[in-house]
Design a protein around this ligand. Structure first.
Ligand SMILES: [Zn+2]
Length: 243
């Protein structure tokens, strides 16, 4: 039965990831998330079968049905990633409870953030606030990590956001990369609790420096989301497996 549920979660994760792609690319530009997807090259509607996660890409042989323009391989890759993360979450915490749900919420926000930063936008504000409220509520329902350190750590992050915003208004810095990092750190603290959250934030700050040294042309927002997502998820996995 566990295997069946894992497959089911993989399919949910892959389908949601293709929806997250739409949210992550349209919301920061103020576009509606309704309406069918179009081919980037010929602007014609993508047929329903080609919208099936992963399989659609294989059936269409990675090309638009009308103009034969290649479709980016990033779509099936991200769908596989999202599906795998959903299935993996269930496999490490195989009960449908608050803990699993908070992992799925965290992964979802990080994936939307990834799609937005790929299009060089920050984490959409509505998605960020939604994630904060949902993860905060889940910590209240099942306070596994919710201790005083969590609140102190979250307070620190809020202070950082306020300082950053004031600083930005004064200095008119157009695209300072600190804000998305601070915002994702707040999610990370609610996802992991204060102590583990701070460890994850510090480790990913370190990883961002290394990643940006190795790949100087990769967008800093992208590396900050990737490193925070990977490290938080790994820490959460260790905690869940150890408990
Ligand atoms: Zn086309």
């Amino acid at each position: 039965m566990t295997g069946l549920y894992a497959i089911f979660l993989f399919m949910i994760g892959a389908s949601l990831t293709s929806f997250f792609g739409v949210v992550g690319s349209r919301v920061p530009r103020g576009e509606s998330i309704n309406g069918r997807s179009h081919c980037d090259a010929c602007q014609r509607e993508i047929p329903a079968y080609a919208l099936i996660p992963i399989l659609g890409y294989i059936m269409a042989r990675g090309r638009c049905g009308h103009c034969k323009q290649r479709v980016s391989i990033q779509y099936p890759l991200f769908e596989t990633l999202g599906g795998s993360l959903f299935a993996l979450s269930y496999l490490i915490a195989p009960t449908f409870d608050v803990s699993l749900f908070s992992m799925l919420v965290f992964i979802s926000v990080m994936l939307i953030g990834l799609f937005s930063t790929l299009g060089s936008e920050s984490l959409p504000q509505s998605v960020w606030y939604g994630g904060l409220v949902l993860l905060g509520l889940m910590q209240l329902i099942e306070p596994v990590f919710m201790q005083w350190d969590s609140i102190v750590a979250l307070g620190l992050v809020i202070v950082l956001v306020v300082i950053w915003q004031k600083h930005q208004v004064k200095q008119a810095i157009v695209s300072h990369p600190l804000k998305p990092f601070v915002q994702s750190s707040a999610l990370c603290l609610l996802f992991l609790g204060g102590l583990y959250g701070l460890i994850a934030v510090m480790m990913s700050a370190f990883l961002i420096v290394i990643l940006n040294r190795i790949f100087p042309h990769v967008n800093i927002r992208l590396t900050s989301l990737i490193s925070l997502g990977i490290i938080s998820y790994a820490i959460r996995m260790v905690i869940v497996l150890a408990l």
